[in-house]
Design a protein around this ligand. Structure first.
Ligand SMILES: Cc1cc2nc3c(=O)[nH]c(=O)nc-3n(C[C@H](O)[C@H](O)[C@H](O)COP(=O)(O)O)c2cc1C
Length: 326
């Protein structure tokens, strides 16, 4: 029997009792209405989706990456479809943290959902400056550090690929982020994600988001040019799900810190698989391009699956795979 078939059997065996399904989850000190969030870079600043999606129903959403100054981003084309996935090279275009606080946050604050600010930089000081500006603003539930950026001062190596550099940036961010939880979004481009996860945990991360996109490329052999405006991009979508699922499991075996899993989630089964290898919540990215309501649709589907199974919390699902296979 596959892991998913096992899970369905467990779900169906659950004892019936009265009461409503409780989809709420705790990520450290932060309680979310449900375990489904929209992922950074695929949901704008949230506002762009507000006429299509009921933001108040989401577990939350993660903003586009925010930098200390506005960034124009990469030349087009920025997106390119691949079999079972998508390549992107957006180049972290964003309005900059101060414009986000002045223009977007006042409108966002009216929604009753957890807004997580995704933060990036090219030096430790960059990250700290962005967090300092956000600390003075109301209306955020937490921060997510994108550590897949090259550390320009440190020779261009990604923060997320080296445990020492990662520790440094997470510890500095932790010291600055006194008001809110700090999530660290790991890069999948590592040989041992357990070591990286331990470094982030020891430096004070409240949760680990696993994972970002996979560096990849697509070329047109007739012209000899990239199909993107940049030579390479990041691969996302269903093509990456099996790889990231393993990364979540490897991370779960190495740390106690809660994990938010993401990579290729499109169906309720995908959500259940991530939870069963140890994620406490998930994010939905590329699926929102095909269906902007993807996250809301998954919340509805998850509620139905649990109701049908007469199951009222996620306790039976989470870590199920780990329990059987470790
Ligand atoms: C167009 C696009 C832009 C993205 N921008 C960001 C970003 O600014 N910061 C970040 O941490 N991740 C960014 N990501 C990565 C996603 O949040 C997510 O980690 C990745 O796409 C894998 O999930 P998925 O397969 O569900 O899309 C971006 C992804 C896409 C497709």
């Amino acid at each position: 029997m596959s892991g998913l078939e096992c899970l369905h059997v467990i779900l169906l065996r659950e004892v019936s009792s009265a009461g409503a399904v409780d989809l709420s989850v705790k990520i450290g000190a932060l309680r979310l209405r449900n375990p489904i969030l929209a992922a950074s870079g695929t949901f704008g600043y949230g506002l762009e989706f507000a006429h299509l999606v009921d933001l108040n129903r989401l577990g939350g959403f993660v903003t586009k990456g925010l930098s200390k100054e506005s960034m124009e981003g990469a030349p087009g084309p920025r997106l390119y479809p691949t079999p079972s996935g998508m390549l992107n090279a957006v180049g972290l275009q964003n309005v900059g943290v101060r414009a986000f606080v002045a223009e977007k946050l006042p409108v966002l604050r009216k929604f009753d959902t957890a807004i997580i600010a995704n933060v990036f930089g090219y030096s430790v000081e960059d990250y700290i400056e962005v967090i300092r500006v956000l600390e003075d603003a109301d209306g955020l539930a937490g921060y997510e550090l994108n550590v897949s950026c090259p550390n320009v001062k440190g020779g261009g190596m990604q923060f997320g690929c080296d445990p020492i550099m990662l520790s440094e940036v997470v510890a500095a961010a932790r010291k600055t982020a006194v008001k809110r939880p700090l999530w660290v979004k790991l890069s999948p481009l590592v040989t041992n994600i357990g070591l990286i996860a331990q470094a982030a945990e020891e430096a004070g991360a409240d949760a680990l988001t696993v994972a970002n996109t996979y560096p990849a490329m697509a070329i047109d052999y007739r012209t000899g040019k990239s199909c993107l405006g940049s030579p390479t991009g990041g691969l996302s979508g269903s093509a990456i799900k099996p790889i990231t699922l393993r990364l979540v499991w490897e991370t779960r075996k190495s740390v106690k810190t809660p994990i938010i899993g993401l990579g290729g989630i499109e169906t309720v089964e995908d959500v259940l698989e991530y939870l069963s290898v140890g994620a406490s919540a998930v994010q939905v990215g590329t699926a929102s391009f095909a269906d902007p309501r993807a996250s809301e649709r998954l919340i509805e589907a998850l509620t139905k699956v649990l109701e049908r199974a007469k199951m009222f919390t996620f306790n039976e699902i989470r870590d199920r795979f780990r329990a059987e296979n470790s």
